[in-house]
Design a binder for this molecule. Structure first.
Ligand code: HSE
Length: 291
């Protein structure tokens, strides 16, 4: 029997659509695996009632198959599904790390990223590595089709999760088919600024680089109260605010000592829009940990 804690994550960070991701210190999924003749899955925790236990339909079933590692897999969800906080990715990442260890498959953490991404495709429809990469590797990650670059960084963040459900499939339907050259140029500048900020653990630079003129405005329409929440977070001291992953969670990057105020401002602004929300005060953290 082996236990792995795999953290929630935030993908995109605005300017890095389908590319950037960060691991959070908290919340996390806990995945327990035990060798078996065939794969069975048991899910408990936050939103467990919405997650299929059929290995054909669960993210971790595909991971077990790819690693040829049948097991009894127990997932204790710390991350609500369809939250924008990498819920299915955390389970897939946790299972990949756990089964690799349990069966001594000898894959590196980098090699486990595409395997976990395939697992995630079972629920999201596409294989994106931008959530599984940080959940496996930790820190800030840049996921490309040919591999992942990963950077240690230290930043306070707030992830505010409203009681709205936005599925990744729906959020991808509203992504524009194309963009103007001036929007692309702006996005490249922002993404480069954000990366420099991550390398320096500088919340000002990271926040400055989070703006995205292409995808975020279209998705904001799916989140009641988004504009007011964004404004409230900035007023409370956030340096950057954007949609976390495909939403509906909203991510703020903060300076040291401002998280509590930013978290309260975001929850209050959602409440003013008639939406209940909870805020996770967190920071960029490590990747999946084996116990
Ligand atoms: N980059 C993805 C999206 C994250 O924004 O749709 C969810 O897999």
């Amino acid at each position: 029997m082996l236990t792995v804690r795999a953290p929630a994550t935030s993908a995109n960070l605005g300017s890095g659509f389908d590319v950037f991701g960060v691991a959070f210190e908290r919340p996390a999924d806990v995945v327990r695996v035990e060798k078996a003749d065939r794969t069975t899955i048991e899910v408990t925790g936050v939103g467990a009632q919405y997650i299929p236990e059929d290995p054909e339909k669960n993210t971790v079933g595909a991971v077990a198959e790819a690693l040829d590692a049948p097991a009894h897999i127990r997932i204790d969800k710390g991350v609500r599904p369809a939250s924008g906080l990498g819920s299915s990715a955390a389970s897939a990442a946790g299972a990949a790390v756990a089964l690799n260890e349990l069966y001594d498959r000898g894959k590196t953490r980098e090699e486990l990223v595409p395997i976990a991404a395939e697992g995630e495709a079972v629920v999201s429809g596409d294989a994106h590595a931008d959530n599984v990469a940080p959940s496996i590797l930790g820190g800030f990650t840049i996921a490309r089709s040919d591999g992942v670059t990963n950077l240690r960084t230290d930043l306070p963040m707030v992830a505010c999760l409203p009681e709205i459900v936005v599925s990744t499939r729906d959020a991808r339907r509203v992504v524009p088919d194309g963009a103007r050259m001036d929007e692309v140029v702006e996005t490249v500048g922002n993404a480069a600024t954000l990366t420099a900020g991550m390398a320096r653990s500088d919340p000002g630079l990271v926040g400055r680089g989070m703006d995205d003129p292409i995808v975020t405005p279209a998705r904001a329409e799916l989140i009641d109260g988004y504009a007011a929440v964004r404004e409230a977070a900035f007023e409370a001291g956030a340096t950057g605010v954007t949609i976390s992953g495909a939403g509906p969670a909203v991510l703020s990057v903060c300076r040291e000592g401002t998280r509590r105020k930013v978290a309260a401002a975001m929850v209050d602004a959602f409440a003013d829009a008639g939406v209940e929300a909870r805020a996770y005060q967190t920071r960029v953290g490590d990747g999946a940990r084996v116990y």
